[in-house]
Design a protein around this ligand. Structure first.
Ligand code: G3P
Ligand code: CA
Length: 375
């Protein structure tokens, strides 16, 4: 579906500075949408590194995201993929440790081993040649970056909350629980235990917990959190079935989990029974009609179930803007003013905040309480 929609966008000229939905209806919200720094300030520094998180923090988003996978010795590693291939030099440092499928899995390495790796901007390898996934971003292999743990990242954010006086939240995502279960590991349980250790227990703390796995979210809601005395707000991420984000075993074979039910009213009603919100791919909220983007109705259907809507991922790189959108501002305004989303995952938190500041009254001036302690 992703490629189809982008192809359709590409075929149509969208020239109006602020694109309107065919319905003409604004979905204005009195509450300012939240900005979620997607993998940090990943538009500017290698994703999920502590440096990227510190830069994101300085931009003052509402939340900073952590994608989570497990190491061999059960440390929660903050990275997007379950393999190390496309952001580290693992093939040079541990050339004999790939599995039969040619990939280097994070779960096969201890934390001490993972810390020996250098981290770069994401790259694609073809014929032994690495090319950057995002050509305009931070140069491949420049400077020195490492993988980090959830502990390190929470300590960074909580430390900055203390030293600067803000209250920036975290937005962890449990990556591929089905894969971790097949490897004999319970990543959801380990994540909850870690979050509790750092004081994220219920809705009084600034946190959302997200996953693409509906069954695991239900297990978290009804089994794990009650057992641990926790009650965190949950967000159901929605993928395109074709991406293979979750696999299920059918007749002895691993096949793609079908996500289509999540787009319909009955499915959203079910999600509202265990989650507080949805995180759809942004192109699931609109389609084109007569050349103009119109709502698919997903936002309206989700709102009927009182679900918050946090679409992903808004990227300002010119090559990443869908179809004929030539400006990040226009794309974001469409989702905020016309679709009334409650928040956005973005690689460029500073730019998203600038757009939102133009629509909503600016946030109160930062209370940087360190200033009162100087002298
Ligand atoms: O978690 C929201 C968004 O990050 C989902 O996409 O693949 O970047 O984790 P992904
Ligand atoms: Ca994520």
């Amino acid at each position: 579906m992703r490629s189809t929609l982008i192809a359709v966008f590409s075929a149509v000229a969208l020239t109006a500075p602020l694109l309107s939905l065919a319905s003409g209806a604004f979905a204005w919200k009195s509450e300012r949408p939240v900005v979620i720094a997607h993998r940090g300030a990943s538009g500017y520094l290698p994703e999920h590194t502590l440096e990227s998180k510190a830069l994101a923090y300085a931009m003052r988003p509402d939340y900073i995201e952590q994608d989570l996978t497990l190491s061999k010795d059960d440390h929660l590693i903050v990275m997007h993929d379950i393999v190390l291939d496309n952001i580290t030099n693992v093939a040079q440092v541990f050339p004999d440790r790939a599995r039969d499928d040619g990939h280097y899995y994070t779960i096969d390495f201890t934390l001490a081993e993972l810390k020996q790796l250098k981290v770069s901007e994401p790259f694609v390898t073809n014929g032994g040649v690495q090319t950057p996934k995002y050509p305009q971003r931070f140069p491949l292999w420049n400077s020195s970056f490492q993988l980090s743990t959830l502990d390190e990242e929470i300590e960074l954010i909580q430390g900055l909350n203390k030293s600067l006086g803000y209250n920036i939240g975290i937005y962890p995502e449990i990556k591929k629980p089905w894969f971790h279960h097949r490897e004999g590991k319970d990543i959801a349980l380990l994540t909850l235990i870690k979050l509790k250790e750092y004081g994220y227990v219920d809705r009084r703390q600034n946190i959302y917990l997200q996953s693409f796995d509906a069954e695991e979210l239900q297990r978290i809601k009804w089994e794990l959190m009650p057992r641990l005395g926790m009650d965190l707000p949950l967000v159901q991420l929605i993928a395109d079935t074709e991406w293979g984000e979750k696999k299920v075993e059918t007749n002895g074979e691993l096949v793609n989990y079908d996500y289509d039910w999540m787009l319909e009213s009955a499915g959203l009603q079910k999600i509202a029974g265990y989650a507080d919100g949805i995180g759809p791919w942004n192109m699931m909220l609109i389609r084109l009609e007569g050349g103009l983007p119109v709502s698919t109705g997903l936002a309206q259907r989700a709102r009927q179930q009182n679900l918050v809507i946090h679409p992903y991922t808004f990227r300002a790189d010119v090559q990443q803007l869908p179809g004929k959108f030539s400006r990040f501002d226009n794309l974001l305004q469409l989702f905020i003013r016309r679709l009334g989303v409650d928040g956005v995952f973005t690689d460029h938190p500073d730019k998203a905040i600038r757009v939102i500041d133009k629509i909503y009254p600016a946030r109160p001036a930062p209370e940087a309480h360190y200033s009162s302690r100087v002298n």
